[in-house]
Design a protein around this ligand. Structure first.
Ligand SMILES: *[C@@H]1O[C@H](CO)[C@@H](O)[C@H](O)[C@H]1NC(C)=O
Ligand SMILES: *[C@@H]1O[C@H](CO)[C@@H](O)[C@H](O)[C@H]1NC(C)=O
Ligand SMILES: *[C@@H]1O[C@H](CO)[C@@H](O)[C@H](O)[C@H]1NC(C)=O
Length: 456
């Protein structure tokens, strides 16, 4: 049968992660007769990558800590009472009955975490400008009037909409450590202080603790991590096999607010992308513009630093104004001359600050595609060529396709060495990754058949 022979030859080494079963079985609320010495939390999380949080489990309650700002939260299962001595001695920032429901959020990245836990319906209040939201399903919730929002967007975050003091008093809000919201109970989330993609995304586990969604959190973190590793292995093999010199990438954008160019500083999540893609990233801590208290580069400095870069990733949405203002100077840069400048708007202006956190393995595939060490089968969905491609958007909210990455079909080719990989993998090394670069369209068509076979 055609489909199977195709799979058995060209696709040796393919890793197809298809929709996985992911069901949490959270503990029920306790009754007054419950045995408090029984561990009811069968699913647990622990940080394998994050530096900034931990959680301990104590039969019927949990203690979750933000280790970056030393805030601590006691979470007790509904129907139970937390031990008085623990409450008294713990110096907790909040003592909360779980699972939480009807929570408030103040940061768009947290929408993505709630999406992965299938908890978008539990977001009852959104405390920042709704213009920054990307999630199509959450936007539908807002349009339907199901979410408390600020009365006037763009006016700051001083107060939630009027007439809802009862909600703000009873609701727990997840906030960034630097935000103040008028809620009685807040939980500080600090994923932005982590330095690697997997560590940032692993904060989804911290969220899960408040909702008894540990099972799902463990699954999504593991799925994303293995997908990332596969893309990285693949790109590394292509670079090692096919590129005598590493591609050089500039990561920089113009800050209108700070009046200068912000350039990559490693270590950081984007330096991790570059390394994983077998590329060299230009980084610098220098800069003569200090309007914002930190060094930003002048245009002269930027051009000097980045003029020979092969590719330029422009992590902002203001390329048009920057190129209008500085176009003449920027013309001295190789990446501009070669039309190799990419911003992050292939899925719209806001997805970068929301869905990116879970789909960081797809961002990696895009990054590798930009520098030439991978060719994505379905096209880039994060980095957009500012010269040749339009700003994109996410598909509408679908009742059948959730935003959970476990429902996303992910295909990755593991590099296989030796002569086993047929079709295109000729020459030394013979990795099947090469085959991807050779015949993407044909392979994509074949893959769709393969996926079809696997799914149905
Ligand atoms: C979690 O963090 C707290 C606060 O820093 C610390 O006292 C505790 O030992 C940590 N527990 C684990 C299991 O890492
Ligand atoms: C948190 O606690 C640790 C260990 O006691 C300390 O080193 C650190 O400075 C504290 N951080 C903050 C933000 O208070
Ligand atoms: C930046 O500042 C340094 C040190 O003050 C100076 O030597 C250099 O000429 C400046 N560069 C530009 C491009 O202004």
């Amino acid at each position: 049968m055609m489909k199977f022979s195709f799979a058995a030859t060209t696709f040796l080494g393919v890793v197809a992660v298809i929709g996985t079963v992911h069901a949490d079985e959270p503990p029920a609320c306790l009754t007054s007769t419950a045995d408090l010495s029984v561990d009811i939390f069968t699913d647990k999380v622990e940080p394998l990558f994050s530096q900034g949080w931990n959680v301990t489990y104590h039969n019927t309650y949990k203690i979750a800590n933000n280790l970056f700002d030393n805030t601590t939260y006691l979470l007790y299962q509904c129907g139970s009472t937390p031990p008085a001595d623990v409450v008294d001695n713990g110096n907790f920032n909040a003592v909360l009955e779980i699972p939480l429901s009807n929570v408030g959020l103040s940061q768009t990245p947290h929408i993505g975490f709630m999406e992965q836990l299938e908890l978008v319906d539990e977001i009852a209040a959104f405390l920042t400008d709704t213009d920054f939201i990307s999630s199509p399903c959450f936007l539908d919730e807002i349009a339907a009037g199901n979410v408390l929002t600020l009365v006037e967007p763009s006016e700051g975050v001083d107060a939630p909409a009027t007439g809802n003091t009862a909600l703000s008093a009873g609701t727990v809000a997840f906030v960034a450590s630097f935000t103040q919201v008028p809620f009685d109970n807040t939980v500080n989330i600090q994923e932005y202080s982590e330095l690697t993609n997997v560590a940032v995304f692993e904060w989804v586990k911290f969220f899960s603790v408040f909702f008894n969604k540990e099972h799902t959190a463990n699954q999504v973190v593991e799925a994303a991590e293995s997908r990332f590793d596969c893309v990285a292995q693949n790109a590394g093999a292509v670079q090692a096999d096919n590129m005598p010199v590493k591609p050089v990438v500039l990561w920089a954008y113009y800050s209108d607010f700070c009046g200068g160019w912000d350039v990559a500083e490693c270590p950081n999540y984007y330096c991790e992308f570059a390394n994983a893609c077998g590329a060299e990233i230009i980084s610098s801590t220098e800069g003569n513009t200090t309007v914002c208290g930190a060094p930003y580069m002048t245009t002269e400095e930027l051009v000097e630093l980045g003029k020979d870069a092969d590719h330029w990733i422009y992590p902002s949405s203001n390329w048009d104004t920057a190129s209008e203002t500085f176009g003449e100077q920027l013309q001295n840069m190789k990446a501009v001359q070669d039309q190799q400048v990419f911003d992050y708007q292939a899925s719209g202006e806001n997805a970068w600050f929301e869905q990116r956190y879970a789909e960081y393995y797809n961002v990696l595939a895009d990054f590798c595609a930009v520098v030439g060490t991978t060719q994505p089968l379905t096209g880039r969905s994060w980095f957009r060529n500012v010269f040749t491609e339009p700003v994109g958007s996410l598909p509408d909210c679908s009742p059948t396709q959730s935003a959970n990455i476990l429902d996303d079909v992910h295909i990755c080719f593991l590099p296989t060495t030796g002569g086993a990989a047929a079709g295109g993998g000729s020459g030394s090394g013979g990795s099947s990754a090469k085959a991807i670069a050779v015949g993407t369209a044909a392979l994509a068509a074949g893959l769709l058949s393969l996926i079809h076979v696997l799914l149905f």
